[in-house]
Design a protein. Structure first.
Length: 318
């Protein structure tokens, strides 16, 4: 049998060509597919507002990594808006492909998905609560917690009022749950949301009591918060703890202070009076004795011993 001497060379031109073809088939170069809206100027914006004092953070892949809806400041009717352009660029992934794609998505769709993913295609007017038994998600209905999206900046009064009413309804449910837990002897299971609800309605409940230091009023003997500058009402007591702060707060007048003999503008009247008494005592001790003509020093002025006469200037004739 003849000896086999044929070999397959991996360095031939044909072998290199076939190797490149196989590599491109298994590991193709990624192709970028861009959306035409990426360079388009937005025609309008979508605004997401919040009337709750709680910040909302929503994880979404297109938000990289989450949307943050600011909390509403206590003295404001609504929060600063989270602003989205009318078309949001979202990444597109194709299973089994290395292609990189970006497509434009309607911002109203994304805003509704962030606030209520179980009610796609709606808005604050068409909102309706979905029972927990039929909802695919739990705790993702942010309309119930005072959030909504709008095309208006600033929002209309109807939008703000509707959001506050929905938030109030949610907070009432939280207060009822907390009260039931308190009656069952489970105060540790009361959620922070229930305390936030009590603050919303300015309620003081057995499970939501504000712990403040209390002092005895010198005027009537009643225990009152230590932060009070005047025990009100005036007809009942009217004792003033700090006249300067009470006048600035509008619960006392300068005439009342003058009638009471109070020195306004003095941070510590007692220390000021002690200093005056000490100066008067020093003045009495320094009074001249009988038989001497030395005058007593005047308070607040330099004594004669400390004052030195100014040197006289002599003029020389040239």
């Amino acid at each position: 049998m003849p000896r086999v001497t044929a070999v397959i060379s991996s360095d031939s031109r044909n072998a290199r060509r076939l190797t490149r073809a196989k590599m491109n088939e298994l590991n193709p170069e990624p192709e970028q597919i861009l959306d035409a809206n990426i360079r388009r100027k937005p025609e309008y914006y979508v605004y997401i507002y919040n009337v709750s004092t709680m910040e909302q953070k929503i994880a979404r892949p297109w938000a990289h990594p989450a949307l943050i809806i600011p909390a509403c400041e206590p003295d404001q009717p609504y929060s600063q808006p989270l602003v989205l352009p009318d078309i949001v660029q979202d990444r597109v992934e194709r299973p089994g492909s290395w292609d990189i794609g970006i497509r434009g998505v309607d911002a109203t769709f994304l805003a509704q998905d962030a606030l209520h993913p179980d009610l796609i295609g709606g808005d604050w007017k068409s909102y309706r609560p979905i029972p927990k038994g039929s909802a695919a998600n739990d705790g993702t209905d942010l309309y119930a917690y005072g959030c909504w999206w709008s095309l208006n900046n600033p929002p209309t009064e109807e939008e703000v009022e509707t959001a506050r009413n929905r938030l109030a309804a949610t907070y009432r449910q939280e207060i009822r749950k907390a009260t039931a837990l308190q009656m069952q002897g489970k105060p540790d299971e009361i959620s922070p949301m229930a305390h936030r609800a009590a603050d919303f309605f300015d309620l003081e409940l057995p499970w939501h009591a504000e712990l403040t230091a209390r002092i005895v009023c010198p005027g009537c003997g009643e225990k009152i918060p230590s932060s009070m500058v005047r025990h009100m009402p005036r007809e009942k007591c009217g004792y003033v703890f700090d006249w300067n702060r009470a006048i600035r707060a509008g619960v006392a007048t300068k005439k009342e202070a003058d009638d009471a003999g109070v020195m306004l503008g003095v941070e510590d009247p007692e220390a000021f009076e002690e200093r005056l008494e000490a100066e008067e005592a020093d003045a009495v001790d320094n009074e001249p004795t009988e038989g001497t003509d030395e005058p007593a020093p005047v308070i607040g002025t330099k004594s004669a011993e400390t004052e030195k006469p100014a040197p006289k200037r002599s003029r020389r004739r040239s």
